[in-house]
Each structure stands twice: as C-alpha cells, then as structure tokens.
Design a protein around this ligand. Structure first.
Ligand SMILES: *Cc1c(COP(=O)(O)O)cnc(C)c1O
Length: 343
C-alpha cells in the first residue's frame, strides 16, 4: 500500500518503537505528591537546558501559556502580544476566561514585533487604563511561517519590560527549532524572558506534554494554577519518559526537518503562481501563497489528498506544510513531483 504523506502538522508524529519501550519501562509515582521520579527528572532536565531555576510538566502548550499568564497578572491587567500569535488566536480566549485580563495585539511582520512598537502601547499610570502587566512573544512563530524571533530584539524587549515593571513570557512551543536554526542556545533565548513554555509533542515527537520554566517562586505559583486548571496528573512518568527520550534523541535531528522544508520551498517557488521566499523558510514550516485563479487552497488540498498527500489550507490563498520525523527525503520528492504534475 502507498504510504500517506501527512505533512499537515508536526503534532501528528506517533511514538517510535524505542519511545514506546521507555514509556513501558518508566519509573512512576504520584506526581500530585511530587513523587514521580520520571516527571521530576524531566523537570530538572528542562530547567537546566533552559537555564532557569525550576520547571513544571504541564498537559499542553496552552496550559503552559495560560498558567503563566495567570501567575504573571492580576485581573484588569493587559497583556501585550502579537496579532497572529497562538495566545491571541488559538487558545479559546483563555486569558479573559481564566485570568481576567485583556490582550493588546500588535500586528507584527511574520510574527515579529519590536521593542519600540511595544513601548508605544505601554499604558501610563492612570485609572482610565487597563494595567500593562505582561508581554508575550512567540519563537518560532507559527503563523509567521516558523520565523525565528531575533535574539537582539528579545533582548531589547526584555530590557524595556524591566524598565517598566512588566514581565515577559515566551511561548516557545518551537523554541527548539529556533535554537537549531540559529545555533543560539536554548539557555541564551530563555535569558530574555521571565517564563518560557516549550512543547514536547511537536517537532520532538513525544505524544503529550509541555514544560514551563522560570524562577523557583514563579514555578510555585504556576504549580497552583496547574492544579486549579485541572492539570494535576498522577503517574505522569509514563508520558514524561517519552519527553525525556524525545529531548535526548530528537533535538539534533530537527536540522533534517529544516533542510527538507527549505528544499520544498526552493522547488515549489519555481512554479508559476506559487510564491514562497525560500529565505523566509527558516525552520520546519512552509506556508506558500498561491494564485487562487489556478487552484483554491481547499481544492488543491483535496487534489493532493487523492494523491495520498495531506496538507492544510491556511487562510484564503495559502497552504501550510510542516516537516517532521515521519517525513523522509523521498516523501519530499514525491510532494514536489505531485506539485509539478498537477499545479
Ligand atoms: C502548538 C502551539 C502551542 C500549544 O498548543 P497545544 O495544542 O495546547 O499543546 C502554543 N504555542 C504555539 C506557538 C504553538 O504552535
């Protein structure tokens, strides 16, 4: 049978045989009592990798971001974020529901916003205004096409935040990819934020979970919100083991995903009516713009599905593809061939 090439998302990866083995053999305990040795090991490991005092295993990236927003703010506050960010678009309006804060989105360029733009919207201390309390950044940026947030800009934003008594949270669901793409360490990226969320279930390929990191005091607060939001887990070592395995074995290989994404972009950009700047494909996301008079994204994705290739329509004139560890060089060739044949 022909293999389905599922290139819709890097969340589609399934645990490998080896990963299933470490899951089966994981040492476990009750993590609500703080007694799961595998969870504790994962948390210590991620805290170290990110250069933070402490870390906490959470169910999802959304729970990571939202527990941090709750821990950083008080109701009536305002969170400055980017217009296309995950926190603004894909977390169900959680900041209003769970933390009683409002979001102040700024339109960035491929998800990147500057310190000077942020400075212009920090509220003066006047009772009319919501209180600016937190800035959230996303690195790499999902809707920005996997763009890497420049470290110099992060540095400037962190400095601005400190000057104005604001906190910075980094949604680093794909921070792994930023580090691989630039060679800048995860620790260096985490230096310019007060808290950070990283996902284990995307490029790294673990089945479940994210980790939040920050200072000891901060993580203590996050721990309480995790409980309140229903995220206390018991023998979670079962899934934490997969996370440890993923970090140890699937981090460096992200280079391959990036190379394959770049190759897709270079080849598809040659086709008339498809626009994607290969220079802008910095990591594993490929979002191409298409001339809709030839094919609409929905219709194109249907056509590709008949050929056994799954991709996502992304807005009215775009299609998204994401490379991940089930996608091989051969698969990339097949995708390119299909575009050439049917476009
Ligand atoms: C996937 C993702 C998240 C978290 O998503 P969950 O489905 O809640 O794990 C957060 N931020 C970004 C940028 C993401 O891509």
């Amino acid at each position: 049978m022909k293999k389905t090439i599922d290139i819709r998302s890097d969340t589609l990866t399934c645990p490998t045989e080896k990963m299933r083995e470490v899951i089966a053999n994981a040492e476990v305990g009750d993590d609500v009592f703080g007694e799961d040795p595998t969870v504790n090991k994962l948390q210590a490991m991620v805290a170290k990798i990110l250069g933070k005092e402490a870390a906490l295993f959470v169910v999802s990236g959304t729970m990571g971001n939202q527990t941090c927003i709750s821990a950083h703010t008080i109701p009536g506050g305002e969170v400055i974020c980017e217009y296309n960010s995950h926190i603004f678009n894909y977390e169900g309006g959680a900041p209003a529901t769970l933390s009683g804060v409002q979001l102040h989105p700024l339109m960035g360029k491929r998800g990147i916003i500057s310190a000077s733009r942020i400075e212009a919207v920090i509220r003066p201390p006047d009772h009319h205004y919501p209180h600016s309390q937190l800035i959230t950044l996303e690195n790499t940026h999902n809707r920005g096409g996997g763009s890497v947030f420049p470290i110099e800009e992060m540095k400037a934003i962190y400095k601005l935040a400190q000057k104005n008594n604001l906190k910075v949270h980094l949604d680093g669901a794909r921070l792994w990819h930023a580090a691989i793409a630039t060679g800048i360490s995860l620790q260096e990226y985490s230096r310019y934020c007060d808290s950070v969320t990283v996902c284990l279930s995307k490029g790294l390929g673990a089945p479940v979970g994210s980790v939040v990191a920050g200072s000891e005091d901060f993580i203590d607060k996050v721990h309480r919100y995790r409980k309140i939001f229903g995220g206390g887990m018991r023998q979670a070592g079962i899934i934490a083991a997969a996370g440890i395995y993923a970090i140890e074995n699937h981090f460096e290989r992200l280079h391959d995903d990036h190379r394959r994404a770049k190759e897709l972009a270079v080849e598809l950009n040659r086709l008339p009516g498809i626009i994607i700047d290969p220079e802008e494909v910095e990591t594993n996301l490929v979002i191409l713009k298409m001339e809709v008079s030839r094919h609409s994204p929905g219709e194109w994705c249907k056509k590709m599905k008949q050929e056994g290739i799954l991709m996502f329509p992304f807005g009215e004139d775009r299609v998204r593809m994401v490379t991940h560890f089930h996608i091989t060089d051969n698969d990339i060739d097949t995708v390119i061939d299909c575009f050439k044949k049917y476009w």
